[in-house]
Ligand binder design. Structure first.
Ligand code: PMP
Length: 395
């Protein structure tokens, strides 16, 4: 049974899992103390919950509890990582390397560093030749771009539009070899892929609970505390929380929820990856059966590990994507990043992989998730088919 409207926009956000809500609720009602209140049991209980959650998040990422900073989400974590590292390490150099297909929560802070603080920013192009690796960076190009004054390399783990998974461990190794700090925006990867910050040589990593069935407004930044230890300039001053790096009363309920959401996601990771890639592939083959001019955006769906298993992004030939979404109100999909949907510019990600403006405008993104069923996929295909027939009849 499918209930309308159908939600297929899990890259934008996910529904909070009822099991997470249950664990979180007491921290809004009975255990409501401020974890910073050191003089009474309300504060101690809240602090204990934060400590246990920090331990749990660290374990999930193969990190140490002291490496985890709680923030309001990935946008804040990205800003803290980029501006925090760059502004604290200006004496070492003023060069940063990142990628053309990053989210605006990376590109905009980089732009500010460039304009306001006179940093030199290199944005690497991505591959669009080999169908298996579309959207990945070239490691040789990265190595060639590293200079003596490079302070930071920031490469997203998995892309929010086309699902490309970057060769993170190799990038980490390269950065370590050249003594450059490595940050990854892992917002779309945490909870969907196994991550070991040590094995992957990650120095800083951003993540956000609402992408893995936790609530909005809570996230984290992993900051390695041993080995090549990044020094950060805080962006927010105040009560000295989080070692002075991120002041502000901790969001106890959100933090508890995020830790539990991540545990659940990792417990179910294997079975969910298989289930979702089968559903996603079924969606794609149904769509290709109906529309002969369908074009896949991003890496092949063949399971070589270069694409998120829940992601599909396709170009519907001559159909306008916005018009298609408007005429299919019972299906929630997207034309790209939710965060830039107020910006009518065609997607910079699709442009970077060589799509024309017309192809970009005809493209739509599907993000399947924990609550997507086979029936949802079949109904979604029927809804889209009916809409496209209507739109084509109007021309
Ligand atoms: N980075 C990526 C890759 C994202 O997909 C998003 C969310 N769309 C963000 C950063 C921003 O995350 P948040 O909503 O937690 O600020």
């Amino acid at each position: 049974m499918t209930t309308l409207p159908i939600y297929m926009d899990d890259h934008a956000t996910t529904r909070v899992d009822p099991r997470v809500v249950e664990v979180m609720l007491p921290y809004l009602t009975s255990v409501f103390g401020n974890p910073g209140s050191v003089n009474h049991s309300f504060g101690w209980d809240a602090q204990q919950a934060v400590d246990a959650s920090r331990q749990s998040v660290a374990t999930s990422l193969h990190a140490q509890p002291k490496d985890i900073l709680f923030t309001s989400g990935a946008t804040e974590s990205n800003n803290l990582a980029l501006r925090g590292v760059c502004l604290r390490n200006e004496h070492k150099g003023k060069h940063v390397i990142s990628v053309l297909t990053e989210h605006h929560a990376i590109l905009d802070p980089l732009d500010r560093l460039k304009r306001r603080d006179e940093f030199d920013v290199t944005l690497l192009p991505v591959s669009n030749h080999d169908p298996n690796t579309i959207g990945t960076i070239d490691l040789q190009q990265l190595e060639d771009a590293i200079r003596p004054d490079t302070v930071l390399v920031s490469v997203m783990f998995a892309n929010n539009e086309i699902g490309t998974i970057q060769p993170i461990a190799e990038i980490g190794e390269l950065c370590r070899k050249h003594n450059v700090l490595f940050h990854t925006d892992a917002t779309q990867a945490v909870g969907r892929l196994p991550i070991d910050v040590n094995a992957m040589h990650i120095d800083l990593m951003s993540f956000s609970a609402h992408k893995f069935y936790g609530p909005k407004g809570v996230g984290g930044l992993y900051v390695r505390r041993d080995g090549p230890r990044p020094k950060l300039l805080p962006l927010v001053d105040g009560g000295g929380q989080e070692g002075g790096l991120r002041a502000g009363t901790l969001n106890t309920a959100g933090i508890v929820a995020m830790a539990h959401a991540l545990e659940l996601a990792l417990d179910e990771l294997q079975t969910e990856s298989t289930r979702l890639s089968q559903l996603r592939n079924h969606l794609y083959s149904q769509l290709t059966n109906k529309f002969s001019d369908l074009l896949l955006n991003g890496p092949n769906l063949n399971g070589l590990g270069h694409r998120l298993h829940n992601n599909l992004n396709v170009c519907f030939g001559d159909v306008d994507g916005e018009a298609l979404m408007m005429s299919t109100p019972d299906l929630a999909i997207s034309s790209g990043s939710a965060c830039s949907s107020t910006n009518p510019e065609p997607s910079h990600v699709l442009r970077s992989i060589g799509r024309s403006d017309d192809e970009t405008r005809a493209s739509l993104r599907f993000g399947l998730g924990r609550f997507t069923t086979l029936a949802d996929v079949d109904v979604a295909v029927q809804l889209l088919t009916a809409s496209i027939q209507r739109l084509r009849a109007m021309h």
